[in-house]
Design a protein around this ligand. Structure first.
Ligand code: NAI
Length: 213
């Protein structure tokens, strides 16, 4: 990768999709691909791909296209996927369990090391070989393990309080599923608010409008 410019979040948000397609191509044995062929596969324009990748200095070679494996590794590096991250889940309910039991995150380098809840009936239960601990033991846990990312699958009423606690304890990222956007601005802590329902509402709009994309 050549010199890196300041890249907009809009471009960064497109990179996981490139990463997914390139991983599939690599797994099916494709060694190189032109921006045109990649664009057709991803249903975007070739110029968008070239522009996006140029933000990082460009990866393709004229007349050759992209080396799939190299590009996948480079995008993985940009996204921080080639280093592992430790994660914890706060809230061992329906969603917390589903995420804990989803194996693909671990394959991507996100290692689940703790699950916390405040419901005493859940404490000590095992989810994907990890025992649920009481939320009151969070501080002690951080002193020993310092997880990088906390996944919040708790009710919205307690999201701010728990997020504040996590930032004080030194978490580096919060993947927030609780039904409330967190907008804390704390140096060294990144937040990603996730709403599956946003995607569902977009789908219902498309159904209503007959939009094809
Ligand atoms: P759930 O009720 O099954 O699980 C919530 C868990 O949080 C419970 O086990 C509860 O004991 C625990 N909890 C409550 N207060 C706590 C505290 N102070 N400390 C530690 N644990 C605490 O709910 P479910 O279905 O798993 O949903 C969890 C959250 O995720 C809800 O806020 C829900 O609205 C949201 N959600 C968000 C989605 C999204 O796309 N962002 C999709 C589905 C749910």
């Amino acid at each position: 990768m050549n010199e890196m410019k300041k890249v907009s979040l809009v471009v960064i948000r497109r990179l996981p999709r490139y990463y997914r397609y390139l991983t599939e191509l690599k797994e099916s044995g494709v060694v190189r691909i032109s921006s045109k062929a990649l664009a057709e596969k991803m249903r975007v324009t070739a110029s968008q791909i070239r522009q996006d990748l140029n933000c990082f200095g460009g990866f393709g070679q004229q007349g050759y296209g992209y080396n799939v494996s190299q590009l996948q590794t480079a995008i993985g590096d940009i996204l921080g996927l080639n280093e592992s991250h430790t994660t914890i889940i706060i809230g061992a309910g329906n969603l917390g369990r589903a995420i804990a039991n989803y194996g693909s995150f671990e394959k991507r380098g996100y290692k689940l090391i703790g699950i916390f809840d405040n419901n005493k009936d859940l404490i000590g239960q095992e989810i994907n070989k990890i025992k649920v601990s009481h939320i009151d033991t969070l501080e002690e846990f951080f002193q020993k393990q310092k997880p990088d990312i906390a996944i919040l699958t708790i009710p919205k009423e307690v999201a701010v309080e728990i997020a504040q606690k996590l930032t004080q304890l030194g978490v580096r990222g919060i993947w927030n599923f609780s039904n409330m956007d967190l907008h804390m601005s704390v140096e060294g802590v990144e937040i990603e608010n996730v709403h599956l329902s946003d995607s569902l509402m977009t789908l219902s709009y498309k159904i209503g409008q007959g939009v094809k994309k």
